[in-house]
Structure formats: C-alpha cells, structure tokens
Design a protein around this ligand. Structure first.
Ligand code: PLP
Length: 384
C-alpha cells in the first residue's frame, strides 16, 4: 500500500487543500428526513463530535495510509490510547504480558488500574521471544511491546512475538512511538494494533498532546464505539496539528535519525562517557534486530557518564543547546535526566529497581545541525 496520497484521497470540504478545522461540538440536520437519512447511513454526515469529526477523520485517514492500516483512531493523549486499548481488550482474569522496560505509566496502568479490575499482569524481564517461552499460561489475551523501548532503546523480536501471540489467539499491541510509522510499521510484522503517543514525533513540534491507534477496521470500529462512551477524543484543533505533523514526519525522522547516529558515535568514542544506548551502534545488544526491522534508528540517544552521582546534573547544566524538559520528539533537541524527571515521584532507588540507571541522560535529538550539537556536547563534557 502506498504511503503517498493520491489526488482523490485528499478530498476536503470546499476543496480546501488543508483539512478545515471543524471547531464544532455538534452538527445540524435540515429536517427530520435529513436526520432519518443520517440514521439509515444514507449520508456521510456527522452527528456530534464525541462520535466523530471531519478534521479528526482527515488526520486518521493520513495516519492509516502511513501505517498501512485499514483504519486509525486519534485519542486525547498517548495514555488515553494505551488505557482505552487495554480496557477494550481485557476483562477480569484475562492476562496481559508487558515488558519490564515499558513506558513507566503504561506499566503503572497495568500494575495499578488493570490489577484492580482483576486482570492478571505478567512483567517480562527481557523483551525477547525466549523469555516469553518461560510463560506457560494459555490465557494471555494481550501481549505488549515497545519499539524501541524507552529509555534504553531495546528492540523486541517483533516477528517471533507476533507468532507467539497468534498461536495463543492473543492480541499483539506494539507501541511504536519512538520508531513512528516512518521507520517501522508494526502491522506488517503481525501486530494487531500499532499505537503511538502522537505528542512526540507525529505531532513533532511540542505543541500538541495526542495519541493514536491503527489496525483492522473491526478493532478500530470497536475502539471508536468505546471512545464515544469513554469520551477520550482529541479536539479538532489538535487533530489538525497531528495531520500537519504527519505531512513532514518522514523527513523530520530521517534527518533526526541521521544526526542521532553521528552523535551516538561521537559519545561512544568519548572518554567521559561510560555507556551509550543507541540501536544504530554495533555495540547495542539489539543492533542486529534494529537493522532487520527499522529503516533508520530513531532520534533518541541515551547515555551514562563515568563519575560521581552528581555528574549527570553537571552535564545537563553545562549544555547550551538542548532544552531541559520532559518528553521527546520535537524539532528542538531536548534532555531528560531520566530518574529526576520520568521517575521523580518514586526516587532514584525506585527507578533503579525498575532497571533505570541513576546517571542516565536521555537526549532527544532535534533538527539542529549535527556539528552544533556535537560541539555543545564536547564543550559540556570538557567542563566535567
Ligand atoms: N508511550 C510511550 C512510548 C511514551 O514515551 C509516552 C510518553 O512519553 C506515552 C506512551 C504516553 O504518551 P502521552 O504523553 O501522549 O500521554
């Protein structure tokens, strides 16, 4: 399926090229016949924005094309997408398998909310098909994976995990927020759903919070019905921003990935850096899988420094270009001292219990020139 839009797929109201923003809560009917025609599906009219909106539909169409999916659905945030998918596919006594290194709030939902509703949760120590074989229970309903994982950028064995799930009739959900459909399309590898925080590379400019799910029409239709009840829709203005972000996604992600690889190589050769996590490096434990699955390696480089406990803070303070802010995937380079941002509420010990090193810095590469970012890092590291 082509990712490029044909002219006839661009249809918008009033022949507008950009999707108009339908900033309306509700839609009107001329008379009772018009309403009747709507209810008997004789028109493609809209009813009420919680059930659907043309701006959202335009963004969803473009995303589905890029994912190679029958359909896509936008949500109010990545977490709204994650929690809605879990609530839709799971029930009391059903089992979900989720890797240890998953986005922490995805794990929090599983271990908090889902357990409270009687769902059984298995945490997979390693993100591999081999470790799945240690699970014998046949009641698994959902297998979850992230590609790459956050923050050490592990690459799961997607094909074998998909086969494992298929044999058990479990749904396989892949959160490809960091890869994006520009670098990896989970549905082509047997996933039932591809899911992203569209807040990150898809929106791409740190000006929208959104989530997205793509898959077969059957599953997406069911999620859409559920969304109309749960109310976790994305507002039309934000859907417009998501659609606009998708137009340049591939260009941005390719450019960011090329810069990230060069920065990772620079950091790996630096004497003050003890470890670099980047799947494009041969030293990364999942490099072969990254080459197998991804067309480039993404925009996040995580690294650790040689030195005392405060050294990560020293570097964060010494750098002049990247902003210090939670999140990733925007046009500006962005830094997280991971345990102090993503895990601030559970502290360093809590983070280390979840396998996150206290000194880990997560560097989200932006669109700045490589040389500028490298020189900034070089100067910053010199000061340590
Ligand atoms: N999935 C991954 C891999 C993430 O990194 C994040 C957020 O950082 C989310 C989901 C949640 O997305 P949001 O912040 O849009 O709710």
């Amino acid at each position: 399926m082509s990712k490029n839009m044909r002219r006839d797929e661009r249809k918008q109201a009033k022949k507008s090229l950009a999707p108009p923003i339908f900033q309306t809560a509700t839609f009107t009917f001329d008379n009772s016949d018009d309403l009747e025609a709507f209810h008997s599906s004789e028109t493609d009219a809209f009813f009420y924005t919680r059930y659907g909106n043309p701006t959202n539909e335009a963004a969803e169409r473009r995303l589905a094309l890029m994912e190679g999916a029958e359909a896509s659905l936008l949500y109010a945030s990545g977490m709204a997408a994650v929690s809605s998918v879990f609530l839709s596919l799971l029930a009391p006594n059903a089992r979900i398998v989720i890797p240890q290194e998953s986005y922490r709030h995805t794990r929090d939902i599983a271990e908090g909310l889902l357990k409270r509703y009687g769902v059984c949760v298995d945490i997979l120590a390693e993100n591999t098909a081999e470790s799945l074989e240690t699970l014998t229970d046949g009641t698994v309903r959902v297998l979850f994976a992230e590609i790459p994982s956050n923050p050490t950028l592990r690459i799961p064995d997607i094909d074998r995990m998909a086969e494992w799930a298929r044999q058990r009739r479990a749904r396989f959900i892949v959160d490809s927020t960091i890869a994006t459909p520009a670098l990896f399309r989970p549905l082509e590898h047997g996933a039932d759903l591809a899911l992203q925080s569209a807040t990150k590379y898809i929106g791409g400019h740190n000006d929208v919070v959104a989530g997205a799910v793509s898959g077969s029409s059957n599953i997406i239709d069911a999620l859409r019905e559920q969304q109309a009840l749960l109310g976790s829709i994305l507002g039309p203005q934000d859907a417009f921003l998501v659609e606009r972000g998708l137009k340049t996604l591939e260009l941005r992600v390719q450019r960011i990935s090329a810069t990230a690889l060069k920065l990772a190589e620079f950091l790996e050769g630096h004497p003050k850096v003890s470890r670099v996590h980047y799947p494009g490096l041969e030293s990364h434990s999942d490099h072969q899988r990254a080459v197998q699955y991804m067309s480039a390696f993404g925009g996040i480089v995580s690294f650790e420094l040689d030195g005392n406990d405060g050294i990560a803070d020293e570097l964060v303070n010494a750098l002049q270009i990247p902003v210090l802010a939670p999140g990733f995937g925007g046009t500006e380079s962005q830094l997280e001292h991971h345990v102090k941002m993503a895990y601030a509420d559970i502290g360093i010990e809590g983070a280390e219990n979840r396998g996150i090193s206290a000194g880990l810095i997560r560097y989200s590469v932006g669109l700045e020139d490589f040389e500028v970012l490298r020189d900034d890092l070089s100067e910053g590291l010199k000061k340590l």
